[in-house]
Design a protein around this ligand. Structure first.
Ligand code: SF4
Ligand code: SF4
Length: 325
């Protein structure tokens, strides 16, 4: 693995030079929060130790994505997006989330070619956290807040310079020209340790021996936790008629909404809140693990920081496992 040193002054020049060929998405200030946005000027980019309010998942899996247009004369036009993008300054937890999302969308029975193409056209540049933020529990999930290899190159703040670990050819293209340093002298590059917070039980036990009604009592079913979550990936197709043409969109959906699993017959297998909340927890901590080998929670803490009634997934998972001992 190759390490280079990039003086802080040089990062903006580098981004500036890349702006002609790439859309640069990076953390920028919006009101009191930090968000990932396409930048117009490199001076907008903020690389500090703040956590971004939302993850950058929407740049690979947009909240509303046009897929195709059905014209009046029977033609179907597939919507193409060839934008080359650099996702810059992405935290370890969000890189791990994109890794999980990549497995779900590109390694299962069905391939999402829209996601796959965006990922191919994207360069992922990671950036280490120095401190755990309020509500974060990435360490309990076995992640290293300061490093992840789920990207093309990873930046670590080192005073007046960044140490950049080059991981892929895409990373080499961006950073290969900077001065190389001895990897022994570079920062720690452990991807993480053992996850302490896991659900190790089977579905039948979890369905029957956990009081989901009590656990989900406070939840209002607003869906905020699913929209803000960097690993939540449920969607629904919507066909909309606009100016005489039918347009198919892929839109985020939420397992916390009552109609999420509603059948055409009117039957709803998850008719009550406790079944929907159980689904959210088990999807993250059991089903994605069974299907793709990952627990779909990075411990980013966003759902905890955003829930209007203070639901805390870390406490819920801890309570479930304590109760089943
Ligand atoms: S954000 Fe909180 S109240 Fe809203 S659906 Fe999620 S757990 Fe329930
Ligand atoms: S479930 Fe909550 S803590 Fe886990 S990845 Fe999603 S938003 Fe982050």
């Amino acid at each position: 693995m190759k390490h280079v040193v990039v003086p802080k002054d040089s990062i903006k020049d580098l981004l500036e030079s890349l702006m002609t060929d790439y859309k640069i998405v990076a953390p920028v200030r919006e009101g009191q929060t930090l968000v990932y946005k396409a930048v117009n000027q490199v001076d907008e980019v903020i690389l500090n130790d703040e956590a971004a309010y939302k993850s950058p998942k929407e740049f690979l899996f947009p909240q509303t994505e046009q897929m195709m247009v059905f014209s009046k004369d029977g033609d179907i036009r597939i919507t193409e997006d060839d934008t080359k993008t650099i996702l810059f300054g992405v935290r370890s937890c969000d890189l791990e989330a994109l890794k999980i999302m990549t497995a779900v969308f590109t390694q299962g029975k069905f391939i999402d070619t829209y996601f796959e193409k965006k990922l191919k056209n994207t360069v992922l540049i990671g950036f280490g956290c120095q401190s755990e933020k309020k509500g974060c529990f990435c360490g309990d999930r076995g992640l290293n807040k300061g490093y992840s290899e789920a990207c093309d190159a990873f930046l670590t703040d080192n005073g007046d310079q960044y140490i950049v670990q080059i991981i892929t050819e895409k990373g080499e293209l961006l950073f290969g020209g900077f001065a190389q340093i001895d990897s022994q002298k570079a920062v720690s590059c452990e991807s993480g340790g053992q996850a302490l917070l896991e659900i190790n039980s089977d579905e039948s036990t979890l369905f029957n021996n956990v009081d989901w009604g009590r656990i989900s009592e406070k939840c209002m079913g607003c869906g905020t936790c699913t929209y803000i979550c960097p690993t939540c990936h449920c969607f629904v197709f919507k066909d909309v008629v606009e100016k005489g043409e039918a347009i198919r969109y892929k839109c985020w959906d939420s397992c916390m909404y009552p109609k999420f699993t509603m059948h055409a017959s009117g039957h709803n297998p998850r008719a009550s809140k406790k079944e929907r909340y159980r689904q959210r927890i088990l999807h993250k901590y059991l089903y994605v693990k069974q299907n793709f080998g990952y627990t779909a929670c990075t411990g980013c803490g966003r759902c905890i920081r955003s829930c209007p009634v203070g639901m805390n997934i870390k406490s819920v998972v801890t309570e479930i496992m304590e109760g089943l001992k």
